[in-house]
Write a protein that binds this ligand. Structure first.
Ligand code: AMP
Ligand code: MG
Length: 328
């Protein structure tokens, strides 16, 4: 065989490669949605299909934000906050379902998770450094109580039994959107991906035969990491007192509110929950933050599918029972 012929053979081998639709690899994109950074990373052997899948996930986040944002006047949630203390308001089955889930977490956590926290919570402005006065707080505190929310599953309606009640799904909606994003990817037969929205993430599969390494931020040092967790096929949510806050007279006012006091929960600096889906890890991270280390770890140790890593107000790490064997 002469040299020319060998080269011809080489071309025959290369041609199919050049004509294949795209090379396999990781694709990644991020966007600012729901007041946070949403990130989608996935493995695909078809770049166009992978990009279309990412676009679908980001559009799903935008759709959920349009439905559930308390800041958009046109959202169903804003409609509830305007009308539901006057009349029973019919909402979409999707919002109704997430309200039912939220109430389930209120019962599970004996009121630590309570979407009516917003009856007082909306009076805080963390960017402007504004908090309600003690008098205003005392007057509005009775409006925080998930039992004020009346759901009618037959009519699909929501009624607030008390005037002035407001709700906010900020403690669960990001996790819900992450789960919806993962479901969309699974429908498109993607089996290796990460979807995250701020502190809530879910991983599908692994990262090329290895786990994803997810870092937990050190609460008082933006640049350092307190722990790294290797995860496959899992959801992880972190709630921290450093995400949205301001300080006044040495007090840190942050965005996780104890329903009992109407003030920021003080017993922890950060809570990380690992579990099978992000809706529940999101709600539980907020819940455990409010419950504090003792009641919070007791709750997680009762739930077989969930583990927790806490950083208490001294900066010490605390672990649920299932994590202690991993830690050693
Ligand atoms: P996360 O970062 O997931 O802990 O969510 C914090 C968000 O949850 C806050 O920004 C509020 O929108 C909401 N939130 C605050 N306190 C509570 C509470 N006690 N129960 C339910 N949601 C809350
Ligand atoms: Mg949460």
């Amino acid at each position: 065989m002469n040299r020319f012929l060998r080269l011809r053979w080489l071309w025959l081998l290369l041609v199919p490669l050049l004509h294949s639709p795209a090379l396999a690899g990781w694709l990644s994109q991020k966007a600012a949605i729901m007041g946070t950074e949403v990130r989608v990373q996935l493995w695909t052997d078809d770049e166009a299909a992978g990009n279309a899948a990412i676009a679908a996930v980001l559009e799903e986040f935008r759709r959920i934000d349009r439905l559930m944002s308390p800041y958009r006047e046109s959202s169903e949630l804003a409609l509830l906050n305007r009308e539901a203390s006057h009349r029973a308001v019919k909402v979409s089955p999707e919002l109704f379902g997430l309200l039912q889930k939220s109430l389930k977490f209120s019962r599970l956590t004996e009121g630590a998770f309570d979407i009516t926290f917003a009856s007082v919570g909306h009076q805080y402005d963390y960017r402007k450094g504004i908090a309600p006065s003690d008098n205003k707080l005392a007057a509005d505190l009775p409006k925080i109580n998930y039992r004020h929310i009346q759901l009618d599953p037959v009519q699909g309606t929501v009624f607030f039994k008390q005037a002035g009640v407001r709700i906010d799904l900020g403690g669960i909606a990001k996790g819900y959107a992450v789960d919806r994003g993962i479901a969309l990817l699974q429908q498109r037969r993607i089996d290796k991906a990460l979807v995250s929205a701020g502190g809530d993430s879910r991983i599908l599969g692994d990262r090329g035969g290895r786990p994803w390494n997810i870092g937990i931020r050190a609460p008082r040092d933006r640049r350092s990491v307190a722990a790294v967790l290797p995860l496959t096929n899992a959801a992880i949510s972190t709630s921290g007192d450093y995400e949205r806050y301001f300080e006044a007279d040495g007090v840190r006012y942050h965005h996780i509110i104890s329903p009992a006091t109407g003030r920021s929960a003080r017993k922890l600096q950060s809570v990380t929950i690992i579990g099978p889906d992000a809706t529940r890890t999101d709600a539980l991270s907020t819940s455990v933050f409010v419950l504090g280390p003792t009641a919070g770890l007791a709750l997680i140790d009762r739930l077989p599918d969930f583990e927790a890593v806490l950083i208490d107000h001294h900066g010490r790490m605390r672990y649920s029972i299932g994590m202690q064997s991993i830690e050693k």
